[in-house]
Write a protein that binds this ligand. Structure first.
Ligand SMILES: [Zn+2]
Length: 73
């Protein structure tokens, strides 16, 4: 069974609801996910409450942090 995040799921219900996960995340913590549909790999909330989405690029296996807002999740 494949898992999809809320950004790319073809179904009504996502296995990873990124907004819900971001809201529940405590500052300074991260949450890992393995989405089969896109390259999202983790969400991190820093000490000031900023959110970062970590994506794996095809040509670059290192995760690239991308600052995001709740609206973008
Ligand atoms: Zn996804």
């Amino acid at each position: 069974m494949s898992d999809y995040c809320s950004q790319c799921t073809p179904y009504e219900k996502a296995d990873y609801n990124l907004v819900k996960m971001a809201l529940e995340l405590k500052r300074g913590y991260s949450f890992s996910l393995l989405c089969e549909g896109c390259n999202n790999r983790a969400i991190y909330k820093d000490e000031t409450g900023r959110l970062y989405l970590y994506r794996a690029e095809k040509d670059n296996p290192d995760l690239q942090p991308l600052e995001v807002s709740l609206d973008e999740l």
